[in-house]
Ligand binder design. Structure first.
Ligand code: R5P
Length: 303
C-alpha cells in the first residue's frame, strides 16, 4: 500500500496535552497538514504503550522533550513504529530538546548525556529541529545530533519583535552566564539594545552565584535572558546584580520554562516584574509563538 507523501504526528494524551496542543496545531496549520495523534498509554508499572499510525513517506513527529526520561523512550518507540510503516524521511520537531547540559565528563565515569542522547536521536531521525538548545562547550547541534540535518533555531528576533515596548525607554539586556550569550546577543541586536553577560558559578541545583560588572542602570529597563529557567535560581541571582546596579525595572525572557516547579514566585521575590517565554513548553508566561520560526526551517526539508 502506498503512503501519503506527508504526515504530521503529535502525542495526544492528557498528561502530554502540549504536544498535540496549540504549538503543534499551529505548525501543522501553517504546513496545511492534519495532526495525526500518537496514542499513548502509560501502564501502572511505568512502561508506555505507543501507537503511531498513518505514516507518510515523510513523517513529522512533534514532541517537546521535557520530562525526558519518559518522553525520550516514547519518542524513540514512536519513531520505530513510524519507520516500520515505510517512512523514508523522519523528522523530529522537539521545540525543547533535553539532556544537552551534560556535554563533558566532569568526573570520571560520568555519562556525557548530550552525546549519548544526541546519538539516539540521530540514529532514529533523519532530521531534528529544536529551538534554542542548551549548547555550551559544543557550538553546533549537529556535533551532538548526527542526523543528516540538525537545526538549532534562534528565537531571539521573534522574542524581540513580540516584546511589549514603550517609546523612548532605555533597554539593557543581561544574560547570566556565557551559555546565554548567543541568545542574549541575538535578542539585544534585534532590539538595538546594549547587552552584557554575567559570570555564573553553580555549586548545586539551587545554589548559584552570579557576578557581573555592570554600568549604572538607573534609567534602564533591564531584561534578563536565559535559554531556560528551571528552578529560577540563576535569574534570581542575576536580578540581584542588576538591582545592585540600580535597574529601573527588571523583567525576564526565556526560551523554555522547564519546571517542574513554577519559578515565578522566586523570580517575583527577586524583583522581576514580568516573565515572558516561548511556547516550546506550556507555562503561564508563554508569549512568543514559535510555529512560524519552525515552519520556515521545516518547509525546505519537506518540499
Ligand atoms: C544553564 O546554564 C542554563 O542556561 C540555565 O541557566 C539553567 O538551567 C537555569 O537553571 P535554574 O533556573 O535552575 O537556575
Amino acid at each position: 500500500m502506498s503512503l501519503p507523501l506527508l504526515s504530521f504526528h503529535a502525542f495526544a494524551n492528557s498528561d502530554t496535552a502540549v504536544d498535540a496542543g496549540a504549538p503543534a496545531r499551529s505548525l501543522a496549520a501553517i504546513l496545511g497538514l492534519p495532526v495525526t495523534p500518537v496514542a499513548l498509554h502509560r501502564f501502572p508499572d511505568g512502561e508506555s504503550l505507543v501507537t503511531a499510525q498513518g505514516a507518510g513517506e515523510t513523517a513529522i513527529l512533534f514532541r517537546s522533550l521535557d520530562n525526558p526520561n519518559a518522553k525520550l523512550v516514547e519518542t524513540l518507540l514512536a519513531a520505530a513504529a513510524l519507520r516500520k510503516q515505510g517512512v523514508k524521511k523522519l523528522i523530529l520537531i522537539a521545540p525543547y530538546l533535553c539532556y544537552l547540559r551534560q556535554d563533558k565528563e566532569f568526573t570520571a565515569g560520568q555519562a556525557v548525556s548530550a552525546e549519548i542522547v544526541g546519538r539516539w536521536l540521530g540514529d532514529a531521525f533523519d532530521a531534528v529541529l529544536t529551538v534554542a538548545p542548551h549548547l555550551h562547550r559544543i557550538d553546533r547541534l549537529d556535533r551532538v545530533v548526527p542526523s543528516r540535518v540538525a537545526l538549532a533555531l534562534d528565537p531571539g528576533p521573534l522574542m524581540a519583535a513580540a516584546l511589549p515596548r514603550e517609546p523612548s525607554e532605555k533597554l539593557f539586556v543581561l544574560g547570566p552566564d556565557e551559555e546565554s550569550e548567543p541568545l542574549a546577543k541575538s535578542f539585544a541586536n534585534a532590539l538595538s539594545a546594549e547587552f552584557g553577560v554575567a559570570r555564573k558559578i553553580r555549586n548545586g541545583d539551587r545554589d548559584v552565584v552570579v557576578s557581573a560588572a555592570l554600568p549604572a542602570l538607573a534609567e534602564h529597563r533591564v531584561i534578563l535572558i536565559d535559554d531556560m529557567i528551571s528552578t529560577g535560581e540563576t535569574l534570581a541571582a542575576c536580578a540581584r546584580q542588576a538591582k545592585a546596579a540600580g535597574a529601573l525595572r527588571l523583567e525576564a525572557v526565556t526560551a523554555h520554562v522547564v519546571g517542574p516547579d513554577d519559578p515565578t514566585p522566586l523570580l517575583r521575590a527577586a524583583g522581576i516584574e514580568r516573565l515572558f517565554s516561548c511556547d516550546t513548553l506550556p507555562h503561564a508566561s508563554n508569549r512568543f509563538e514559535t510555529a512560524a520560526l519552525i515552519a520556515a526551517s521545516l518547509k525546505p526539508l519537506i518540499a
